[in-house]
Ligand binder design. Structure first.
Ligand code: ZN
Length: 441
């Protein structure tokens, strides 16, 4: 049959159908992956894998399996809820109703647009709230990781809202202003603003935002400091300071990272990490992080992010002018789209929200590619750490972190390919010198 253009398949209908199809396909894929992971972990929970025998006890292995399963089951509920909320906002008309309600109340203008963004964020957070609380106060609590009190949780929530308002509102207002006033190339200006904002955030986050939530003390363990400083000199890494963060206020999970860039870099150790690892192991973990720096993984990721966001802004610049982009996603745009006039309400906030809602539905299929890049970077950082520090220390540090974080040693291989930003323990440790087995605690 010849492919005759159908009078019924309008661009709006085509978008609705593509969106619904991508949403359903993505959901099926994610459910399939999660069920594979759940079955795989459950099937292997009764025996420690041979490679880890003597290093990890059966009790620790089974705790990791229970923890992984609990999180995966909650993940299934999150997925279903997320898809329902997305449909609710778009094709079922939620965003349209919110927009019209606010237009009647506030009229069309900057205040209405900012109110639309704020209400959207607020409603979204409230819908997610029960699951977030369940994750922290039930799952993390049950496995002994949660250190957070209700009081601290509430204080955190208030502070993050405040930071979001102080930083997010002016940023959103500037983007909306550019969309309305900077002509057809507004998206290029907005992209520049977004890049500048990200770079600025790298400077102000460690200095002003992170200290609102945690205390940072200079590292005062002299022996460790000497060791770590010698390592950084060997690696040609200049940092402004070594800090210990009170991560134990919120969680027993351990970590180390560095923030900032140029000469303003600082190395941050969680207190939980220093408690769990020997000085040699801390050095090996830091050497791994320095491996990311040495191979310029962070800079490369930034460049990739900048390029992708340029494509994103260009796409948004075009979509925002297409009526079918709105109607195809369940929203009736104002007439300003067809008849530009000073009195018509702008559609810019709507375009932003629809774009942010819809793009992940189509980009979910890129996940495995990005995860693949990330896992390759982790292997490179491991190899670097073994050259600059002791490989056996790195291996024992990894084992301890896997055990203390109750990370599963037996993930489903397909699930790993799709989601894991870090290679599974078995693959990482296979490249490291084996530590002699001890009696597992
Ligand atoms: Zn890493």
């Amino acid at each position: 049959m010849p492919a005759a253009p159908s009078a019924f398949l309008t661009p709006a209908l085509a978008l609705s159908m593509a969106f619904a199809a991508a949403l359903v396909l993505g959901l099926l894929l994610k459910f399939w992956l999660a069920s594979r992971q759940i079955r795989h972990v459950a099937r292997h929970r009764n025996a420690v894998p041979a490679a880890f025998a003597g290093h990890i006890s059966l009790a620790a292995h089974q705790k990791a399996a229970r923890y992984t399963l609990a999180k995966a089951q909650l993940g299934l509920i999150e997925m279903a809820l997320g898809a329902a909320v997305l449909l609710g906002w778009t094709l079922l008309g939620g965003l349209n109703a919110l927009n019209h309600g606010l237009l009647e109340w506030l009229g069309g203008g900057m205040v209405q647009q900012l109110a639309l963004l704020a209400c959207f964020v607020l409603i979204g957070s409230l819908i997610e709230l029960p699951l977030t609380l369940y994750q922290t106060f039930v799952i993390e609590q049950r496995f002994g990781f949660n250190q957070m009190t209700w009081r601290l949780w509430l204080a955190d929530a208030l502070k993050s809202t405040l930071v979001g308002v102080v930083i997010g509102l002016p940023l959103a207002a500037t983007v909306l202003w550019l969309m309305g006033a900077a002509g057809p190339w507004w998206w290029l200006w907005a992209w520049g603003l977004w890049m500048g904002f990200n770079l600025l955030l790298m400077v102000i986050y460690p200095m002003w935002i992170a200290p609102l939530f945690n205390q940072f003390q200079p590292l005062n363990d002299e022996a460790l400091k000497t060791r770590v400083t010698a390592l950084m000199e060997r690696c040609g890494f200049k940092a402004q300071g070594l800090f210990v963060m009170d991560g134990s206020r919120r969680s027993a999970h351990a970590n180390a990272y560095f923030t900032g860039f140029g000469a303003a870099k600082r190395v941050v150790f969680y207190d939980t990490l220093l408690r769990q690892l020997t000085p040699g192991e801390v050095e090996a973990v830091l050497a791994h992080e320095l491996g990311h720096f040495h191979h310029r993984h962070i800079a490369k990721r930034m460049v990739m992010l900048f390029a992708l966001s340029l494509v994103g802004f260009a796409l948004l610049g075009w979509l925002a002018t297409q009526a079918w982009f709105y109607t195809g996603l369940g929203v009736q745009p104002s007439l300003a789209l067809l008849v530009p006039s000073a009195s018509a309400a702008p559609n810019d906030a709507l375009a932003l929200l629809l774009f942010l809602l819809v793009v992940p539905v189509f980009t979910v299929f890129l996940g495995p590619l990005l995860a693949q890049f990330s896992r390759r970077d982790e292997f490179q950082a491991d190899a670097y750490a073994m050259r600059q520090a002791n490989g056996a220390d790195l291996a024992s540090a990894l084992l301890k972190l896997y055990k203390d974080n109750a990370s599963t040693l037996t993930p489903d291989p397909v699930y790993v390919r799709f989601y894991y930003s870090h290679p599974p323990a078995s693959e990482r440790l296979a490249r490291m010198p084996l530590v002699p087995p001890q009696t597992a605690a």
